[in-house]
Design a protein around this ligand. Structure first.
Ligand code: CO
Length: 218
């Protein structure tokens, strides 16, 4: 928690490196030679949602991109570069978009608040809120609206991943690649699959396809 000095981080790091080495003396040597992760994780920057820890993975297991509210924006060169490198070079098998309930970015998008520059980033979430506005009639309070919007945001970002030329080109080549949408609960530490997985271009609406479907496996 707060109040710890930065020196503490170096102490922690030395203890962590020693612990890993005591369990597997060659761990860092093997990792330094190559990384071959099967998973790309696109998650929120929130400090309570650390990718590796919540799925019990070690360094080398997951390629990670995090930003505020786990957004995949078509013109975000940073996120697109991560996806391209993960798919084309590392050849990950799974891309996981993981949101979380109570996301601060989603809360800010639901409220009419001014938080500065970030409001422009969060506009993408307001667009989703507006697009699905009738879905929120059943929500009894703000918390319920935020949680539903957290889920819808994941669904939309999974679609955005599938709409990239990067993912569709991989499918066209016949490369196995599945895209998943998950949500994490900060309240109990449990992940839930939103069951919006895609592994072929034919699952993408025609208008978002970058090439006509010819074979069944595309
Ligand atoms: Co968040």
């Amino acid at each position: 928690m707060g109040g710890e000095s930065v020196e503490k981080l170096f102490e922690n790091n030395r203890a962590w490196a020693e612990r890993i080495k005591s369990e597997d003396p060659l761990f860092f040597q093997k990792l330094s030679e190559q990384q071959a992760p099967d998973y790309l994780w696109i998650g929120c920057s929130d400090s309570r949602v650390p990718a590796n820890e919540i799925v019990g993975m070690l360094p080398g297991d997951i390629f990670v991109h995090r930003n505020v509210a786990n957004l995949v924006i078509h013109t975000d060169l940073n996120c697109l570069s991560v996806i391209q490198y993960a798919v084309d070079v590392l050849k990950v098998k799974h891309i996981i978009v993981c949101g979380h309930y109570g996301c601060g970015g989603v809360v800010a998008a639901v409220r009419a608040e001014n938080q500065g520059l970030i409001d422009n980033w969060l506009r993408h979430i307001k667009d989703i809120y507006y697009r699905y506005s009738e879905r929120f009639d059943i929500c009894k309070d703000e918390e319920a609206r935020v949680d539903l919007l957290c889920e819808l945001n994941v669904v939309e970002q999974v679609a955005n991943v599938c709409h990239t030329t990067i993912v569709q080109d991989a499918w066209r080549r016949g490369q196995f690649l599945a895209v998943h949408g998950w949500i994490y609960s900060i309240r109990d530490g449990v992940l839930r699959d939103l069951e919006v997985s895609f592994d072929a271009t034919r699952q993408v609406p025609e208008v978002y396809r970058h090439f006509p479907i010819r074979r069944r496996d595309e």
